[in-house]
Design a protein around this ligand. Sequence first.
Ligand code: NAP
Length: 559
Amino acid sequence: MDPKPLGQQHNGETSDVDAVVIGAGIGGLYAVRRLAADGLNVIGFDSATDVGGVWLHNGYPGARVDIEAYYYCFFDPEIYGEWQWSQRFPPQSELLAYLRHYAEHYGLRRYFSFNTRVEELHWQPEAKRWRVRTNTGSTVYARHVVLATGQLSKGRDLPFEGVEDFAGQWLETSQWPTEPVDLTGKRVAVIGTGSSGAQVIAAIAEQVESLHVFQRTPNYVVPSQNAPMDQDRYRQYSQNLGDLWDQVMRTGPAYLAPTTDVPASSMDPEQQRQRMEDQWNFGGLAMTFTFPDQRTDWKTADLVSDFVRAKIRDAIDDPALADVLEPRDYPIGTRRLVVCNGYYEAFNRDNVNLVNLRKESITRVTPQGIQTDEGFYEVDVIISALGFDAFSGAMDAIDIRNADGRRPTEDWARGPQAHLGLMVHGFPNMYVLTGPGSPSVLVNFNVHNVFHVDYVADLISYMSSHDYDAVQPTAEAQQRWHIETQRAADGLLRKEVKNYMVHVNDDGSRVFIPYAGGWSTYVDIVNRVAAEGYPGFAFSEVGTSTYRAVDHEDTVVPL
Ligand code: NAP
């Protein structure tokens, strides 16, 4: 069904639709396509000028995907075979071109209002509708709302004083301008050395006059070993796409990766060394899958960390510099591994200077540059690569209110929670794609979004065929899933290390936000929930105002 003409949603006019999708990135594009194909009247909103989501906003130099393109895609039979990826790990421009092509192929842009920010999302219990208000003055009533706003999309607030006084150019990797930025011959500072910071540093080092890199925590940065796509393999995959999808659904990270079941303790030192070399040569995120026990065993984690630390030292000419760049206080894989070619080599250049924020602190930004308590760095351009307000940032950016006027994140003081990582108790018909409590940032976002959208679409069809018009998880089921999510993270070294996947409570207790039990386990659990008639969910029948929970007796949600 075609969406209502977009003009009707502007200039203070009101319309009523089956579903609103917020975000025109990977999840939003697929959501609009699938829900429209199911016959729903669906419209989408995005504050950006076009489709692409994070792949539109993060167009900084060096940005590229760290999961192989064989799997970082929609698995769409009409597109997979005809699309040409140039490399295993393509650059941002190719990812964006792919998403644009997908939107073009299925005519998805006509569903979206671009340059339109959703400001309010208020549940109307009598009408069982979400009232959606945007910054353009339009109001839409929607039976269902899909939050395809991403978990890593809202940049962290800038913590530095004086940013507004800076007379040069201030750039953020997460909101990179779409028009070209020429850094040639400029004096540049980069603050932050996560995936975004590392990629930008390696990409611009040669071109700029000088580069000051402000590093707080050193990261393990490994090469991607990028190469052209294996065309034979790609062709075979395209001819057996259903099989490939099935294989991917049985993996831990939602893509085919060089994993093993053999723990380090079952190998002799030479076998261990060979295994680590093989993973290094495979590239990408492979070092995180070297041994199954490296996620939980400090000794194995140290073995892999020492191997990578030696590679890092090999790449850096100055041992004193290597001392600062080499991560020593946490093992590899406990924070998101950074995949980037030429990162350490950039620091061998005379025009690149490392500022160790463990020895000096940024006190303020001035019109001419960055002041620390140890010195002053005069620059023309400052690039902020501070990361994201993960999990709750994009949801907090919208005024979401349930029937009681509560916001979903108000109950997240002890860590973000969503039942099965998808729905929040008290917020009917609101679906948080790749939300907290789903594998989310631990797996391939593209596959995850497709799976979640299909799950939501199937749930909506189930409701239609059972005369239900609203659904939400029960508080008990959400709590049980939260406990299960914590159980799945038991013993994970990653939970003990400061990183954006861990929420630390005031009493020091730690909450692991994504579901760490592995992609295939997650898929099995949520599929069984659907097959058993959605235990843990409460449905409201058309014409009533109450919700009836599906019997818990046979629940597959672990207690
Ligand atoms: P990030 O990993 O959170 O890194 C943020 C960086 O900013 C860290 O070095 C952090 O230091 C630093 N920082 C934060 N606040 C600071 C402050 N007040 N002063 C100084 N430094 C500060 O963010 P990201 O690099 O944008 O990456 C986030 C995630 O996005 C990645 O983990 C990945 O999942 C995804 N991503 C993937 C790719 C890719 O390769 N495909 C590329 C970009 C992003 P601390 O570590 O000390 O906090």
